[in-house]
Design a protein around this ligand. Structure first.
Ligand code: M6R
Length: 365
């Protein structure tokens, strides 16, 4: 079932252009370049006061990216927490509130408990779910399926990018419903989404370059990931992915937090992965990268041709991605992030699909 791939994770990474394309086709009118949310939603985006998101692990990072989208595109305030905290926090929730839970399996115990808490507090619950028959799907008011197909590898890859595709479409739908988006702006965002599968295919071509890079990553004790805006949650996701399958300690940080602590870690041994598409925060991220370079840090830069030309700093490696609308960068930059973890783990000789101590679905707290 792995086809000609060595691991399920490799197969699932390479399926992403196709499954993201399916997922997008479910939520977008490709010809009219608009969003369509087929489900009759049991709530109205216009009257919403706030969204509360709860999820675990990689699904939580998808939610953190969606927070930026809902706030920018739909001007909707979002609070987000890991489900294990949300369920016990006794957070007061607004009268007119929507809770969004995100889960590949739909069986994660803490996420299910968060859903139940939110419902009990009078929230409508929308679930972004990959397994439509799951408990979370059954107990939610609205189900937004991700069409990733079965994900076997413990490290979530295609479920993550399909969650992002779904949440991006929902954010655009919310922006439209709330009168924030003009029809032209909606078309611009939808067109950007339609480009994603092609951009992902291009990003997958970085495989051989990343395979070489992984040899030096495999010798590292620690790796730091930095990013701003939606590249910040991606930095967290990159660190999680590396930890879980290669067992190398890794941390993700908002690049602006560097001088509030983690800069003390910089030396000539630790790779620093800087996620910096040429977007509205590019210059800020570059000044953080300069701070790393000034301390002899080993920089691996993920950017596009324009970013590479403007970076002006010597890096250990620069992975050049295609240029794209800043809205969709997390979907495409997820690919090199996954490939780095994958090839490093293969170098280390770990069990990529079944990493130690981990289960695919965490049904106990
Ligand atoms: O099935 P879920 O999406 O609810 O699972 C949530 C996390 O357990 C999951 O994303 C976990 O962090 C993955 N192993 C990450 O690769």
């Amino acid at each position: 079932e792995k086809g000609n791939h060595r691991h399920f994770m490799a197969k699932e990474m390479h399926e992403q252009p196709e499954v993201v394309s399916h997922t997008l086709a479910h939520y977008l009118d490709l010809a009219a370049e608009t969003v369509l949310l087929e489900a009759d939603l049991p709530f109205d985006f216009t009257g919403l006061e706030r969204i509360s998101i709860a999820a675990c692990g990689t699904a939580y990072y998808a939610g953190l990216i969606a927070k930026y989208w809902f706030e920018q595109i739909a001007r909707l305030p979002v609070e987000i927490d890991v489900a294990s905290e949300f369920r016990y926090r006794e957070a007061p929730l607004p009268k007119n509130g929507l809770a969004i839970v995100i889960s590949q399996s739909g069986e994660t115990a803490d996420t299910l408990a968060s859903l139940r808490y939110a419902r009990q507090e009078g929230q409508k619950v929308m679930a972004v779910i990959n397994v439509p028959t799951s408990t979370i799907a059954r107990e939610s008011d609205a189900v937004m399926p991700t069409l990733a197909g079965p994900e076997i590898g413990v490290a979530s890859t295609k479920a993550f990018t399909c969650q992002l595709a779904t949440l991006a479409a929902v954010a655009v739908a919310a922006g439209r419903a709330r009168g924030v988006l003009t029809p032209e702006r909606e078309r611009e965002l939808v067109r950007a989404l339609i480009e994603v599968p092609r951009l992902m295919n291009e990003a997958l071509r970085l495989g051989p370059q990343i395979e070489v890079l992984a040899r030096s990553f495999a010798k590292s004790q620690d790796v730091l990931y930095l990013g701003r805006a939606t590249s910040y949650p991606l930095a967290l996701e990159g660190a999680l992915k590396l930890k879980e399958i290669s067992y190398i300690h890794a941390e993700g940080y908002a690049a602006g937090e560097l001088k509030h602590g983690p800069i003390a870690l910089i030396d000539e041994k630790m790779p620093v992965v800087v996620i910096a598409p040429h977007d509205q925060v590019f210059d800020k991220t570059m000044s953080n990268m300069q701070e790393v370079a000034a301390r002899g840090g080993r920089i691996v830069l993920l950017t596009d041709a324009r970013g590479a030309a403007e970076a002006g700093i010597e890096t250990e490696a620069t992975l050049v991605l295609p240029e794209m609308h800043p809205f969709v960068t997390p979907l495409v930059y997820a690919i090199p992030i996954q490939l780095i973890a994958y090839h490093t783990a293969v170098q280390m000789g770990t069990d990529v699909d079944q990493p130690r101590n981990l289960a695919k679905s965490v049904t106990v707290e």
